[in-house]
Design a protein around this ligand. Sequence first.
Ligand code: SAH
Ligand code: SF4
Length: 434
Amino acid sequence: MNEYDSDKIADVLRASEGIELTDKAEDADIILFNTCSIREKAEEKVFSDLGRVRPLKLAKPDLIIGVGGCVASQEGATIYRRAPYVDVIFGPQTLHRLPELIAARRASGRMQMDISFPEIEKFDSLPAPLVTSGSAYVSIMEGCSKFCTFCVVPFTRGNELSRPLADVMRDIRGLVAQGVREVTLLGQNVNAYAGGDDDGETVDLAYLIRMIAALDGIQRVRYMTSHPREMSQRLIGLYGDTPKLANHLHLPVQSGSDRVLAAMQRGYTALEYKSIIRKVRALRPDISITSDFIVGFPGETESDFEATMKLIEEVGFDASFSFLYSPRPGTPAAEMVDEVSYEIKMERLKRLKTRIDELENAVAEKMVGTTQRVVVEGISKKDEKELAGRTDNNRVVNFVGPANLVGQFVEVSITAVSMHTLRGALAGKEMFAA
Ligand code: SAH
Ligand code: SF4
């Protein structure tokens, strides 16, 4: 989500002021930090980063320093109090107002702040994106109204709000015209999508995906992140009849203990979660299922943790993210009694990560010798003679190939596994009957 927002910030400033990106802070006229507050570590980072650019501001007083994203949304003017050399503070829903904020700062000499939630206005004000790959993100909804007890997102990004169907489709058609073949539909809870159509009816995510899959230029559709509570029968059904829907589902479970799930207010039990996976697998037996886990939620007992480990075995997750619980100010969980020591939590996190890594590796090993359909995302970061692509089950694969394949779907045979990436060899350019 933040990467997407950062791209939008760049688009907005490119369109309004012809600002170009630089990766050298010394060259910059504007330095912006797009922050995350999902966990404490991420939040503290902004203050050390700000400290690092302070000397640049002293040397070049015209330099504009800005803080955006969820820390800005949460902390607001506190940022300015801790770092009075900050010029603009903006939230995830006001990034499109940056040109005006910067202009107002320059004209008035005073810090400018706008961290409001002005509904869907942002999307109408965003310029067309600069497409550099065959794959693109498209935001279809904003915010979250679930209020899981550990999570800060509903406070920093506001309530769930879906973009109108026609707007999303216009964006996607524009991307396809620029050569994009794979789209990832983005939002905090994309399966809560409820977009208005031209007749004033509301359509769901399943409807939207069907419309996108019907576009000739589109070869693959992904969505992220979805919530188990809203895996409707209609959405699950797509796995049976929509081959363009990627063979990968990221469905955060957080815990395998019903007691912990209830305390988190996730709104499902471990059994309900497993039943969703069973239904999806009945339609797509080889689908890759990934998840998010929180370890060390307040009061998590050894048997709660064991329930999570058991769920991992039962579901057979592919690569997953796992996090140590981080108390977020203002959330209900931050007030809960928590007697489990840091050492025990860390030990649990390590056990969980080790098991997930083993499963992840086993999946990768099994892919060796197979041929995968890969969208070429760009030149490999490690070796410029190589290309980097993404498989249907969301693995990165590096292989030797010409740069003009960027943006195309190709067939790659997987030859080896190294760390978290796959190595492969170009097996052919895929021919598609549109
Ligand atoms: N909307 C998505 C997740 C968005 S946040 C969902 O509900 O599934 C991404 C992940 O960050 C979450 O899935 C959760 O695992 C983790 N996370 C959120 N708040 C956290 C906290 N306070 N401490 C640790 N991890 C957290
Ligand atoms: Fe946070 Fe996701 Fe829960 Fe929303 S559904 S409150 S984003 S964890």
